[in-house]
Design a protein around this ligand. Structure first.
Ligand SMILES: [Fe+2]
Ligand SMILES: [Fe+2]
Length: 471
């Protein structure tokens, strides 16, 4: 088991001290990261003490250390899960061989690309969320926002460590560029579309952590299967942190729904906008938006790149080893959606070529669970309306549906019908204005904004009214 050097300039459990060249390179990158955090990290409460968890170890129980920390002093470190002895490659052309501790020459550029695309999303989300602190609905939520932000920063460190450690000069250049691309920048944007969208309000933040962070969970889970063992171990530990981000999204939207239901009952009306809440149809439009842009992140239904990554052993499927098939996927088939003049249909392709679609299916199934939970909350409040995920073809910019308009119910519609309904299907400017109008910063311990229900419990055994951020 690797020991943890928590007092080092860069806390780590990868024995950084024994590799002076790597240590020096990372210590040169560190001030650039700190400067980026200062420039594009949270724009409010920059130095207030926040009740954060910091990773100090990867073992059971010891990996999360809670205490008030000023964010610039957060100890961003490099942590890999423990090495699994005799781990074998579980899929693809090298199935059954030992996993790699170094990067094979022939897969160098493909692996680098995978790391860069994953790594780029981490600082992107910090940039997207940077202005939310000023309108946090409670200190509890403010703390959760900052927790997510510092951990996305740590995930950037995780990818930068791999780039520096295994990709030489190219890797160092890529690490620098992670801090040069910026979310929404017209000249040098982030790589993936959803990471250039704004996160302008807290409803969007909860939706983002539910839907878009969940894409991250599925990407990381597939990379955890990688034959490149340091990547696998890195992702394994990132997933532990990511679970909290999922929680912020699931419980955040649930609390919005709960408050909506309360206001509906209290005022005996569907239209609670005059009472400072969010109507269910508005929430549905936010779900439609965030779900559809997140579906795009999985790429085209069929993909030669994804097939090559799999065959090479670089990126597996979600829970690869639990699946009952040959793990080669060259002779198994499945259906993927296809749109033709005749309408929406399907075509049969090899499993190997359809890996993006398979991962998207796994993701969609997981997304449905949260929706079911929100619907239970509505049902328990006696409200006979359900929220739904829109059809897979709705509002897509990538893949088979990109050139078509599809209704949330899954029907192909012409541009005229789309335009006539788009304000019922996606957040309208009136919706966004209403959401914005309810965003007020609440900084008194235990108090909460009127559009949101209080959490059922606090963080790490602390009461809900704990001073999670010292103002
Ligand atoms: Fe992350
Ligand atoms: Fe995350």
């Amino acid at each position: 088991m690797a020991s943890v050097d928590i007092t080092a300039k860069i806390p780590n459990n990868v024995d950084l001290a024994s590799d002076r060249r790597l240590q020096r390179a990372l210590e040169q990158w560190q001030p650039k990261f700190v400067q980026w955090w200062e420039d594009l990290g949270p724009s409010t409460f920059k130095t207030n003490p926040v009740y954060l968890r910091t990773a100090i170890d990867v073992g059971q129980g010891g990996w999360a250390n809670f205490g008030h920390v000023s964010m610039p002093e957060y100890r961003w470190g490099i942590f890999l899960a423990d090495r699994e002895p005799n781990r074998k490659i579980a899929f693809g052309d090298h199935k059954g061989e030992d996993v790699w501790q170094e990067v094979p020459g022939e897969y160098r550029s493909a692996l680098r690309r995978l790391l860069v695309v994953q790594g780029d999303t981490e600082p992107a989300s910090v940039e997207q969320q940077r202005h939310l602190g000023g309108t946090a609905p409670s200190l509890y939520d403010l703390r959760n926002l900052f927790q997510v932000n510092v951990e996305e920063g740590r995930h950037l460190w995780a990818m930068v460590y791999l780039l520096h450690g295994f990709f030489g000069r190219d890797g160092r250049d890529e690490a620098d560029q992670m801090l040069e691309r910026h979310s929404g920048d017209s000249d040098n944007p982030r790589i993936l579309g959803a990471f250039n969208e704004e996160t302008p309000d807290w409803l969007s933040f909860f939706m983002f952590t539910y839907f878009t962070d969940r894409d991250g969970k599925y990407q990381l889970a597939s990379l955890r299967e990688s034959a490149f063992d340091p990547l696998s171990r890195t992702c394994d530990f990132m997933l532990k942190e990511e679970a909290h981000h999922m929680f912020v999204g699931t419980s955040g939207v649930d609390r919005v729904v709960q408050r909506t239901a309360e206001l509906m009952r209290e005022h005996d009306t569907d239209d609670i906008h005059p009472y400072g809440g969010f109507n269910l149809d508005l929430l549905q439009r936010y779900i439609n938006f965030h779900y559809s842009v997140s579906l795009d992140l999985f790429g085209s239904e069929t993909s030669t790149n994804a097939a090559n990554y799999f065959a090479a052993g670089l990126k597996g499927r979600f829970q690869e080893e639990r699946r009952n098939d040959d793990h080669l996927l060259k002779s198994d088939h499945r259906l993927v959606p296809e749109v033709t003049g005749a309408g929406i249909g399907t075509r049969e392709v090899t499993q190997l070529s359809a890996l993006n679609e398979t991962l998207r299916d796994d993701y969609a199934e997981d997304c449905q669970k949260g929706v079911d939970r929100w619907n239970r909350t509505l049902a328990e409040s006696g409200i006979d309306v359900t929220l739904t995920l829109p059809a897979v073809g709705f509002h897509r910019a990538v893949g088979a549906f990109r050139d078509y308009h599809v209704s949330p119910g899954g029907r192909l519609v012409d541009p005229a019908e789309w335009n006539a309904n788009v304000d019922d299907w996606l957040p309208s400017s009136a919706d966004r204005n209403h959401v914005q109008s309810l965003m007020v910063g609440v900084t008194e311990p235990g108090k909460i904004a009127g559009w949101l229900a209080a959490p059922s419990r606090g963080i790490h055994g602390q009461p809900v009214e704990f001073e999670y951020v010292k103002i």
